[in-house]
Design a protein around this ligand. Structure first.
Ligand code: PLP
Length: 403
């Protein structure tokens, strides 16, 4: 029996779909050949890999040869950034990205900076949007790569990717987008949007963990990240994780088939949950935009509480959510995304992220809001700042936020 939990942390990871698991199972046991072997046991695996490549290519409306399997989003991001930088060094050593990228991009940029590359980190507005005019202003003759995520993992902001692609269409810089939170959740069309590279990760769309892919536009040279055998046309060495690749293909197909209705249902539930929280819990604000927001993302800050404490209290009630980015939990510093959109440190630390799926019910949301209300009240009852606020009728720093 599955544990009775309410899982609202789909930006951290998702449950493997039953269909993906079924399709993976033969490749974990009976079909154990090496895809590089020429006898049938191997060739069957090769065919399975190519089938998955086609399934993913169909979702992105691109030729299958544009898809390269990797171990996930982090590897895809590292591959594009480090190898584009190195291979285009002669054209220029300038890269542009945004201040609210995932650390897989940000820390790779820091690595490149230490080795002599110049990186411009674009500011975002108070809802987390990269403003295209700022990108236009930052572009230089020696800019070789622009990396802007499709959708933010913490606050769900969907960037104006097509507009950014349009700007870059007339510039020699390559355009990379980290679509780890977007693939399988929204329609993506790299060719039309002038995207040269796109990263994705299967465990964000009900596929297995440890597998992802990189989309590379046809005709672009990208030296390999890993050196070794001739797998993936020599672009990504190492015996393929066949079962995981098959699972990702199945999950991608499923995600694409149901995308529209699923997103619509999630949007309704998301807006219902935001409205309930805002009307029932005082001193909170919605982080991120109302429009152009991932359909499953709810990120709210609560004054006078620590997000981590609320996450623990909700966990005791069987509710899984996160404070800031899941990849950073355990780290007590305020989220860089929330501080970059202008939140004071205490409001950033008081943020909770719920990321729902289409299977969440109204009852589950009602239960979660009720438990959240209790947890926030309990946490505030132990806060000296809250007690002082109640006594004095204002917060220590003189203002509070409402969504
Ligand atoms: N990029 C974004 C936007 C993410 O949200 C994540 C993971 O949360 C990653 C990259 C890293 O992906 P992976 O866990 O597959 O390495």
């Amino acid at each position: 029996m599955e544990p009775a939990i309410i899982y609202m942390d789909h930006a951290a990871t998702t449950q493997l779909s039953k269909e993906a698991l079924q399709e993976m199972l033969p490749y974990l046991r009976e079909e154990y050949g090496n895809p590089s072997s020429i006898y049938d046991l191997g060739a069957n695996n090769k065919h399975a890999i190519e089938r998955a490549r086609k399934q993913i290519a169909q979702v992105l409306r691109c030729p299958p040869a544009c898809i390269f399997f990797t171990s996930g989003g982090t590897e895809s991001d590292n591959w594009v950034l480090t190898r584009t930088a190195e291979s285009r060094e002669k054209q220029g050593k300038h890269i542009i990205t945004s201040k609210i990228e995932h650390h897989a991009v940000l820390n790779t940029c820091h690595y490149l900076e230490k080795r002599g590359w110049d990186v411009t980190y674009l500011d975002v507005d108070e809802q987390g949007f990269v403003e295209p005019w700022k990108l236009r202003q930052a572009l230089r003759k020696d800019t070789v790569l622009v990396s802007v995520m499709t959708a933010n993992n913490e606050i769900g902001t969907i960037q104006p990717i097509a507009e950014i692609g349009e700007i870059l269409a007339d510039h020699p810089a390559y355009f990379h987008t980290d679509a780890v939170q977007a693939f399988g959740h929204m329609d993506l069309w790299p060719e039309k949007w002038h995207i040269d590279f796109l990263s994705a990760s299967a465990h964000k769309f009900h596929g297995p963990k440890g597998i992802g892919f990189l989309y590379k536009r046809e005709g672009i040279e990208l030296p390999p990240l890993l050196h070794g055998g001739k797998q993936e046309g020599g672009s990504r060495a190492g015996t393929e994780n066949v079962a995981a690749i098959v699972g990702m293909g199945a999950a991608a197909r499923q995600a694409a088939e149901a995308m529209k209705e699923r997103a619509e249902k999630e949007r309704r539930m998301r807006d219902y949950m935001i409205a309930r929280i805002q009307s029932e819990i005082p001193f909170c604000r919605l982080n991120g935009p109302r429009r152009n927001r991932l359909s499953n993302n709810i990120n709210m800050s609560f004054s006078f509480v620590e997000g981590e404490t609320i996450v623990i209290l909700l966990d005791m009630e069987g509710i899984c959510c996160s404070s800031g980015s899941a990849c950073n939990s355990g780290q007590s510093a305020a989220s860089h995304v929330l501080t970059e959109i202008g939140l004071p440190e205490d409001m950033a630390k008081g943020a909770i992220r719920f990321t729902i799926s289409e299977s969440v019910t109204r009852e589950e949301i009602d239960y979660t809001v009720a438990k959240l209300k209790e947890a926030v009240a309990q946490s505030r009852s132990m806060s000296e700042a809250y007690a002082a606020f109640v006594r004095n009728g204002r917060m220590r720093n003189g203002f509070f936020y409402r969504g």
